[in-house]
Design a protein around this ligand. Sequence first.
Ligand code: AMP
Ligand code: MG
Length: 481
Amino acid sequence: MSVNNPIPFDNSYIKLPKEFYSKATPDTPPNPKLIIYNDEHASELGLTLTDQSEITNIFSGKVLPEGSAPVAMVYSGHQFGHFSPRLGDGRALLLGELIDRNNIRHDIHLKGSGPTEYSRRGDGKATVGPALREYLVSEAMHKLGIPTTRALAVVTTGELVQRELPLPGAVITRTSKSLIRVGTFEYFARHGDTQNLKQLLNYCIKRNFSELKNSQDSPLDFFKSVMKLQATLTAKWMSVGFIHGVMNTDNSSVCGLTIDYGPCAFMDHFEHNRVFSSIDRNGRYQFSNQPSITLWNLTRLAECLLTLYSENNREEATLKFEEEIKNFEPIFSKKWLDHFAPKLGIISPVQSDLELIKKWLDYIESKHLDFTNSFRNLSNVVNQNNSTCNEFNSFCKIWKKRIESYDINQVISTMNMTNPIYIPRNHLIEDMITKAIDGDFQPFIEFNSLLENPYTEQNVDQKYTTAPTKEQIVPATFCGT
Ligand code: AMP
Ligand code: MG
């Protein structure tokens, strides 16, 4: 069944050679129910859907809208360091693309809509918990100013999906200005398919890196751009205490977006080496490893791009890429400074502020303090007499000295604009999911709307800002399958 053009699709990915995807059709859900539709994002996209049943049918996969051309995208990936030659969208499909009023192209992607050619032994389904988790966390990331895929809708399907226990099934619709991963490059590079690899690079440049269209050395220039975007992203993650949890190359966006929300988490009490993911037994993706893993993933991308050079030119190109890779550290360090210094009210950061930031982080780690609240509450100390500094160890006096030349109000407002009050805390997410599984979606709706304004004090229950008690702490998070 198809309905009349409710979404102005303009599909480009499907025009790539057939090796890039496989056609897929969403399963028909027995009894779809709309849990949330992101009106604000829909309007940014220029969507004019208003009829609830039409929205439900489209974003559950029950009805294929006119102009959609659903495909599962192919990619490979290094998972925890080990290469898997063919992954691809095993529980997701690209419904189609549209171009918004600002001429930005967005993928419309259904996740949990049933098996595809890449499902291997999986069922292609998603359950309501991970779907709501991705919706809530990805939208919270966006409101925190962190590049990410967006969430457009969650629909429960009315069927039970077998996990450890049978759980309600759901489909989440996410949108993205790109879903190309480092793993997409690895797929063609590993298959020695240079022609399609070149097409992939051209596609990325045309769609997301148009400033490179006249580049004389597009693989290298593309690499430099991706490196900057990914370094920025990782620094931004860390500045809010975010741990992605599965930084496999198939989950690493070449556009520097946060993609694939699995066992991700925001830290409560600060620990440099904090790990949440239950499958990350060696702590590969722990908080403090995120920059080095970003670089590791970028190095995999560089290896793919190098295959685009002819043998005569490869040695010279390799040297250039190696030089570029050396720039990661200073680029990342600058981004880290740019994102952490304002959190301490430092308006014009300089290199030596890195030491001060480190001192503060060491302090909150040693005292087992809550990351988010410690940063936020620090602005209350700006106005206080220096004698209160005693309890702040050696950090406070040095810090106060550092900011004394600035206007106090500007310091406080800088801090309050960069230190959120509300983040998607794990124990609150878990609670919200438990209730949703029982059919109560109110906690999800309430939490989600609170997170729309993470920096502004709101008249809400204290539980949203209180660090979890020992009993409430969620020790581990699980993959969203
Ligand atoms: P992730 O670790 O969530 O990024 O997933 C890694 C790979 O496993 C991707 O190719 C997914 O599409 C696939 N996958 C995860 N869960 C399922 C599922 N329930 N059914 C089919 N494929 C899945
Ligand atoms: Mg993935």
